[in-house]
Design a protein around this ligand. Structure first.
Ligand code: HEC
Length: 147
């Protein structure tokens, strides 16, 4: 009897584990897209490699209705044009671009401030991706909404 109880318990656990696993696999039914190495001078590179960085780290304050510093990053024109401090992205010139100075935390110290703040600074790898994209000409997809 005891042994039976134990078995049942173990089987129950296994069943639960299977359900959980099945669900994580099942619910996530879309297979992860393979990472393609796009040329940094293409809009595809922006779409795959750059946009997710901006979405995760910047849209909270510069996407949709959010225009901190009068800066919206969600439209092609806006992303490049910048906000109240002027041009944010100079295609071909990452070091001269205000956006890069700010994400490297090497810009003017407080006006505008480093982006995002110290605790949330982008990883070096992500900063390098943004720089590579700007150096190659900051190509943007046609379908990015325009203001
Ligand atoms: C928590 C909110 C917040 C987040 C997140 C944020 N910013 Fe900002 N950003 C601001 C504010 C506020 C200003 C205006 C600062 C000022 O005027 O001194 C600003 C200004 C800027 C400016 C200058 C606009 C101008 O001309 O004044 C740039 C460029 C910029 N942000 C880029 C970014 C980038 C790139 C990211 C993501 C990597 C980012 N920001 C994330 C709040 C944010």
């Amino acid at each position: 009897m005891r042994a039976f109880g134990l078995r049942c318990g173990v089987d129950g656990l296994m069943l639960l584990a299977c359900c959980l696993l099945g669900c994580t696999l099942g619910c996530n039914s879309e297979p992860p897209k393979p990472h393609v190495s796009y040329d940094p001078g293409t809009a595809d590179f922006y779409r795959q490699d750059v946009a997710p960085i901006f979405k995760t780290n910047c849209y909270r304050c510069h996407g949709g209705m959010n225009r901190k510093g009068e800066y919206s990053m969600q439209t092609s024109a806006g992303l490049v044009r910048g906000g109240k401090h002027g041009v944010a992205v100079i295609p071909g010139d990452p070091t001269g671009s205000l956006l890069v100075k700010l994400i490297r935390h090497e810009g003017p110290k407080d006006n505008p401030m480093p982006m995002p703040d110290k605790r949330k600074k982008l990883s070096d790898a992500n900063i390098a991706i943004v720089e590579r994209w700007i150096r190659a000409g900051a190509a943007l997809p046609e379908d990015l909404p325009r203001p």
